[in-house]
Design a protein around this ligand. Structure first.
Ligand code: MAN
Length: 526
């Protein structure tokens, strides 16, 4: 019993010795798997408190291959805890943290091989070699960032200048707008004044025309009445003021189908259910039915033809109205003389009729008003143009061109990339398109949306959204990953998911020297 207790103590002691490894690269003694920055938390002269504070254990329990802390902090150098962290120094290369569950699992995770200390022969130390390669690569990238940064600084200067110019142009445009607004108002006032004068002069003509139209209408009405009255008297053979069935029957003209007699159907057509018609009803009901037949008889218009035979008609007949156009229309044939109807005349009230001739004074007023209208339209157009320019400038000024405006001069610049099937075009801060090499329309893969890099690196990714809808799917979108490069160009375009495109794009605007160095330092501080 005493012996076994002594043995256990010895075992613990040996484990402490075993796990108490002094890193060859540093002077600070610390348990296996502990980083330099955490060494002070493992003091062999004190009990160890788990990082989460949940318990304190004798220091001999650290790395004793038994998990005592919930957070695994007591076993950084063994695989006893599933959530422990093993730190490898990787002298000559980058230090690394790996899950301590990977310790002694037969896989070399650390280039210095320290994670496989139980079988040191399995992993050779490749840190020097890898470090050299990594340093060369890092040096290349650092050089690239340094060289690119010079161009970036130029882009920043140009970007700021461009924005400043845009702001100046915008304020000039605002002034121009105020001026244009003033001119427009003046032109409008002048136009209204001259149009009022023009209208007054034209009103004299319109009144005369209206009078003329009314006179013609009245003459025509009287003519019709006279004609109807004459016809009535013609058929009213006994002059009793009533047209009877018998009187109608003798009138050939009532024989619509020209079969030699006025039958019941024809009587019904002209008289309805009545036996006779007085002069008043004749004029308003019977005469409009009769007149087309009379005109036809007199050769004033042709009867309706079957469709398709019209072309065979002689030319003269073309001007002759057709029966079906006049049937039951009463005096509507007034319009046949080509006069404007009253409504038409009203529609043209604001503009003078260019085909008419006016007296010199009226013509002068028309010319002045026409010129004023033209000038007002020009002023309106100028105003619209200024407003549209203002909108464009405002939109551009609202755009986020990077922390130092380094992307401002790239706005609108278009870059192309060809793969086997398509030609892709990215117009920066505008849109992305795709065109099949086999022809067909350009397909929109998205319009400028926003910067979409992760926190702290927002300006590393651009998002273009709301492209053409995918067949049975969402609208196309494109993510543009930005890398530092001396040239502004697209280096790859892929479609990792259907209708979701990924573009890699290099530009000196992304070669932020100081930011790059800072990132490298924080990476190395692991
Ligand atoms: C076109 C292209 C492709 C896309 C398909 C989806 O062929 O835009 O990139 O995957 O449509 O139907």
């Amino acid at each position: 019993m005493i012996y076994s207790a002594w043995l256990k103590k010895l075992q613990s002691f040996l484990i402490i010795i075993f796990t108490w490894v002094i890193s060859a690269q540093t002077d600070v003694p610390r348990p296996r798997g502990v980083s330099l920055s955490k060494a002070s938390l493992y003091s062999p002269t004190k009990d160890f408190t788990c990082f989460d504070g949940t318990s304190t254990i004798p220091f001999s329990y650290v790395n004793d291959d038994y998990c005592d802390c919930f957070d695994g902090s007591d076993e950084p150098g063994t695989s006893a805890c599933i959530n422990g962290v093993f730190h490898c120094t990787n002298a000559g290369h980058r230090p690394q943290n790996i899950p301590s569950s990977q310790v002694n699992d037969g896989v070399c995770d650390c280039c210095d091989g320290t994670d496989e200390y139980a079988t040191p022969e399995v992993c050779s130390n490749t840190c020097e070699e890898l470090g050299k390669e990594a340093r060369a690569k890092a040096q290349h990238l650092a050089d690239l960032h340094k060289a690119g940064n010079f161009i970036r600084l130029e882009l920043i200067e140009k970007g700021n200048k461009k924005r400043q110019e845009m702001a100046e142009q915008l304020s000039q445009l605002e002034k121009d707008k105020a001026e244009a607004q003033k001119i427009k108002e003046e032109k409008e006032a002048l136009k209204n004044e001259l149009e009022a004068k023009e209208n007054e002069a034209l009103q004299v003509y319109r009144d005369a025309e209206e009078k003329e139209r009314q006179k013609k209408e009245e003459d025509e009405r009287l003519k019709q009445e006279k004609e109807a009255s004459e016809q009535f008297s013609r058929f009213d053979s006994n002059n009793d003021g009533v047209l009877t069935v018998d009187e109608i029957k003798v009138g050939n003209i009532f024989d619509k189908n020209k079969d030699g007699e006025v039958d019941a159907e024809e009587l019904q057509y002209f008289l309805g259910d009545k036996e006779s018609v007085n002069k008043e009803d004749f004029m308003s009901i019977t005469w409009p039915l009769l007149k087309p037949l009379l005109m036809m008889e007199q050769g004033m218009f042709r009867p309706a033809e079957a469709e398709g035979t019209e072309e065979a008609e002689d030319e003269e007949a073309e001007d002759v109205p057709r029966v079906e156009d006049l049937d039951n229309t009463g005096s509507e044939d007034d319009n046949l003389d080509g006069d404007l109807s009253h409504d038409d005349a009203e529609e043209h009230e604001t503009e003078p009729d260019s085909t008419k001739t006016y007296d010199d004074e009226t013509q002068r007023l028309i010319d002045e008003a026409t010129e004023a209208r033209r000038q007002f339209m020009d002023a309106e157009r100028a105003m619209r143009e200024i407003e549209s320019n203002i909108r464009n400038f405002q939109q551009n000024l609202e755009k986020d061109y990077g922390l130092q405006q380094e992307y401002a001069t790239l706005d609108g610049q278009c870059l192309e990339y060809e793969d086997k099937e398509y030609v892709y075009k990215l117009c920066l801060f505008q849109k992305v398109t795709q065109k099949s090499k086999n022809g067909g329309m350009e397909v929109g893969l998205g319009d400028w949306g926003e910067w979409a890099g992760e926190e702290g690196n927002k300006y590393s990714v651009m998002k273009y959204t709301n492209g053409v809808a995918c067949w049975n799917g969402p609208n196309r979108i494109t993510m543009v990953n930005i890398h530092c490069g001396l040239e502004t160009k697209l280096t790859s375009v892929t479609e990792p998911y259907r209708c979701e495109y990924k573009i890699d794009f290099t530009t000196p605007a992304a070669c932020d020297d100081s930011n790059y160095m800072q990132q490298q330092t924080s990476h190395d501080e692991l």
